[in-house]
Design a protein around this ligand. Structure first.
Ligand code: CP
Ligand code: NVA
Length: 329
């Protein structure tokens, strides 16, 4: 390959596997060490600054992309990222493979490993991803599950670092549902030393298992993770305010009920006014304008939503390189 990786191969993965089946996966940011998260952000920045240096880094490699939920940003940026590094992506729609219906998950995983080098998968249960990772012989990348969205967080941290210069000690407020995006943000915050305040309605807080994982890392980095119900308390003096949809994919039948429950959790100009004057607004997209965020804020001068989306490409390239690239001689 022509690009030289600035970091050593990253040995992250936590799943217990039979001897002789060692490989890496990217299922949860919690599986990476503090140093590995920093190295991944550095690699993403390097890839962004010098894309041509990585143009053949994954030459001849192939990844399968299985998306059981809709996607614009994740699918396109993975496919483009693979292409720009000399690799090839094969998109498999749910109906094409009938995962778990036409064929057992473990058989799909075992067969895919015969032909491709990696699997990028968006699905419902985190357990399905873990099963694919355990059964297959190829790296599995979590392209979003009901529980986590770690690829998004890599792009979010890269975006925040670009804008604020550093991450350590920044105050970030997440307002809304304690969902997959909030969970991975908590994992990431703990790895890089953010002060994260999450404001959710009662009953919609992040999962305690995720918070426990984040808190376990927080001591080492000086991060703090707080959960509250008052959006104003979370946003006051924040450097960044993040929100996501009130109804995630797979919860569509709850949309009406959630619109009522989350009504006072909208990020609008008056809520943003409580944050620092130079605070930025973050959203993973897609956004439901007029629900979790007003158009004024989403399209306003503080919004980094499109920069986050642009950085998905560089984040995904860094993830793919970390899992697949050869170590430089
Ligand atoms: N943010 C994000 O993951 O977007 P998509 O659902 O369009 O991939
Ligand atoms: N929480 C949202 C994120 C979409 C990128 C969902 O799961 O639908």
């Amino acid at each position: 390959m022509s690009g030289v990786l600035p970091t050593p191969l990253i040995p992250f993965r936590r799943l217990e596997r039979p001897a002789g089946t060692e490989k890496r996966d990217f299922l949860s940011l919690h599986d990476l060490s503090v140093l590995e998260v920093g190295a991944m952000l550095d690699l993403a920045a390097e890839v962004k600054a010098h894309p041509a240096a990585f143009a053949r880094a994954l030459e001849g490699r192939t990844a399968a992309l299985i998306f059981e939920k809709p996607s614009l940003r994740t699918r396109v940026s993975f496919e483009v990222g693979l292409l720009q590094m000399g690799a090839h992506g094969i998109y498999l729609a749910p109906a094409d493979i009938g995962l778990g219906k036409r064929e057992a998950v473990k058989d799909v995983a075992r067969n895919l490993a015969l032909w491709v080098d990696a699997l990028v998968m968006r699905t419902f249960s985190q357990r399905i991803l873990e099963d694919m990772a355990l059964q297959g012989r190829i790296p599995v990348i979590n392209a979003l599950s009901d529980l986590l969205h770690p690829c998004q967080t890599v792009a979010d941290l890269l975006t925040l670092r670009e804008c604020k210069g550093q991450l350590q000690g920044l105050r970030v407020a997440f307002v809304g549902d304690g969902n997959n995006v909030a969970h991975s943000l908590a994992h990431g915050a703990a790895k890089v030393g953010l002060h994260l305040a999450i404001a959710s309605p009662p009953g919609f807080e992040p999962a305690s298992t995720i918070l426990m994982q984040a808190l376990a890392d927080a001591d080492a980095t000086g991060a703090t993770i707080r959960v509250m119900h008052d959006p104003a308390e979370a946003v006051r003096d924040a450097d960044a305010v993040y929100t996501d949809v009130w109804t995630s994919m797979g919860q569509e039948e709850q949309a009406e009920e959630r619109r009522t429950i989350f009504a006072s959790y909208q990020v609008n100009a008056s809520l943003m006014a409580l944050a620092k004057p130079n605070a930025v607004f973050l959203h993973c997209l897609p956004a439901h304008r007029g629900e979790e965020v007003t158009t004024e804020v989403l399209d306003g001068s503080q919004s980094l939503a499109l920069q986050q989306a642009a950085n998905r490409l560089h984040a995904h390239k860094a993830i793919l390189l970390s899992l697949l690239a050869e170590t430089p001689a």
